[in-house]
Design a protein. Structure first.
Lengths: 174, 174, 174, 174, 174, 174
């Protein structure tokens, strides 16, 4: 599914793509930084079937929508396919990515070069999360939750509830 | 399973957690370094169900026990859950981690920050293995064994035997 | 399967091992660089059952053969087992590896040290791909193809055809 | 010297600070990318007395002005002092930095965190130069020029002339 | 100058060596972590004539003493020579080093390996500073101070005063 | 000074350039590896006036010659200018570089890309030193020597003598 939209004017539209499995306070902090820089921010929840996410595509989409509710200029969409083509179809000039660590950097660099090859007019822009969220990733959140730890300072309340349900299920299946 | 123990005095207890799938001479060298620095070392073999280890939790526990037999001040336990909570329940002041490479460093840094957030009084301490074991990891050992190579200089004798059995099995199933 | 060959003279034989799932223009560029440096280049397509490649061992072997057709001094073989032993049995003095990024570097370093331990007389030699292919990997190619993108500038024509077939299959199975 | 300017409206102003000793085609490519993203770009040539630049502050300022001549929405200023304060006084919301390599990344990360501490409302945004300029730095340009190499594809023509003069001088003084 | 001391008992003594030009809140946080882990901590202010420090050896020694005043189990010494020999002469079992970034890591790794070669019985132990000080280094502090910025949250009050004096001097000499 | 030589046949000539300030056992181990791979190895001692080496250009040249004496197929030359042009004038097909760490890697990558741009027919080939010398660099050797440490296992005997003399001088001048 690729969202379609009209952009007749010269607005600067940015896309923030991700799996968001689940969305964390680190992601939210990045969204808040990005909305100050561009006219519109489209958060694109990718299907990512290959990675076998914990939450379904739709669950993740709803989770992200709920978590970003009330932040102005933000729209959440579901996305499956090539990021470069999504950017082009949305007339977005910018892809937003967060950078936390050297390993992020190399992977992101490779992706950005590839996207540039496929859509020359789209620029990848890297932002730094708040220092407090540098250690935070969706993987870490899942690890803590599965082991019965408290994630309430790491994700929004609605995610806490959904993770608790998942953790109970995965415990049962072990 | 989380071990319980009483620590009334001011002993400096350190935990060395890991999957040990299998334990290598690199791990053993780290244990030997750590026992010189702290009063007691608890080697915690984690369940790690998510990673689908080659050896069962119990096999790994027995393997580690056998390999560290005779090193004074060392205790081996099985561990499932949050490392920060294990440290707290054991009144351990220190988590020991080995550092070999830049990629280790980033992951370990993230884990250490998260553990510090969950248990402020526990310090993660990084040690360097002997230079001879810098290239050694459990993954490399499994690779060599599966391909019929000689691992007798990389792991203790009991592990050589167990790996040989596993390699035969995995060969059959291919 | 390990190729056998006689090397009575002092020819400098190099092995370029890989999974090639699929072969990319980056790999081909590396082959072209390597043939200028050594007397013979053996491209060894590894079975790599553990990694669950997209293409079968035989498909990858045929793909590589077709793609390197006409480059002098190159031979393609199938290979399962230890690289160090393959090198020894082929009397190869050199293992060729490409270096693109820091994360490559650390993994390759570890492998090279291990291979040196197993076969002291074999040297691992690192080459740099053309700048244009620095962002290119087999994983990236598969990603683009699965999402319906154009890979015709990234891989040879025969691979384009085979990837298209695979992409259709994997789409059906999702 | 810190430039002063009025920014009553909601224009998005970005600063691109640097020593530019000398300006290279890599810098120019970054400027061209940045002007597409923001409403105004202020290129700030820092004094950087500590680094003992090859060209004087004023030479570098003139060099940058000449090289960016004709690119719309760009202004060049001289700058001495704290970047965070410059950003604040110019009502700039964004600091632009180029990222080429892991070592860049770590230094830039540290700088960005420090600038954020000093001016919370200013965001550091990282851009990637064109792949062709990834290997290019002012240091490399100086190295080649001093050794009598041809830098005409690496820097604009006016810099070629100025470098040639410097190279002759530095040769004399050796 | 190398401090001499008697260590008849089995106390675990650690050395924390550095240039401390100047000491920052990051250094102090590391000292506070280290004193919880070992029985005695010797902070060794190295002469480091090669690096041309901003503050004299004696100024740095006094600065460190003043800043660590009141922390129990800490002793400050001046140190010139080989770290491995200092450790041996003080019967210290441990060298403490802080790790902040990948670039730190590589340099520290090299130093630790070299020190191990020179004094096998001494272990280098790496600690992580508080997240708040990850961006902090003596170099950054000097940069901010020279440019007239506020460093009062980054260093102890006595260092603020001394830096202010230095900054005035260096301004005069420019 | 650039050496001139005739290469009418198809010999594979490699250049190993460096400052060698001083030459270490790590450098020598790399030379020994390289001579097995190529028909001739030219060790090029660069002037490197910019780096202010401890030993003069001529001292370093003589030191390298003495240390490599007796290794067949090796020639030592003095070199000032562009490496790419040296390679071309010597009809060398290969530039040899050692890789020890991630920071090496990035710098070397940049240099190799630049040299490729200047001389397309010359390939940079990276080799790994023996594990025992991974921690070794000319800088580390100088550090230890200046501080009165024993470097006799790190450099050849002739360098020990020359370093001792230098160390005495530099001690006097402090």
């Amino acid at each position: 599914m690729v969202a379609k939209r009209i952009n007749g004017n010269k607005q600067k539209i940015a896309i923030y793509p991700g799996t968001f499995d689940p969305i964390t306070r680190g992601h939210i902090s990045l969204v808040q930084r990005a909305v100050h820089l561009f006219d519109q921010l489209i958060v694109a929840v990718s299907k990512n079937a290959g990675k076998a996410p914990l939450f379904s595509w739709n669950q993740r989409y709803l989770m992200v929508r709920k978590s970003l509710e009330g932040i102005p200029k933000v729209e959440v969409i579901k996305f499956d396919g090539l990021l470069a083509e999504l950017a082009r179809s949305l007339k977005a000039r910018v892809i937003i990515r967060g950078l936390r660590a050297v390993s992020d950097f190399e992977f992101e660099f490779q992706m950005a070069l590839m996207n540039r090859k496929m859509a020359r007019e789209v620029e990848t822009v890297f932002l730094m999360p708040s220092l407090s969220w540098v250690y935070l990733s969706s993987t870490v959140v899942k690890d803590i939750a599965v082991n019965g730890g408290d994630i309430s300072t790491l994700v929004p309340p609605s995610v806490v509830t959904m993770m608790a349900r998942k953790a109970r299920q995965s415990k049962k299946n072990r």
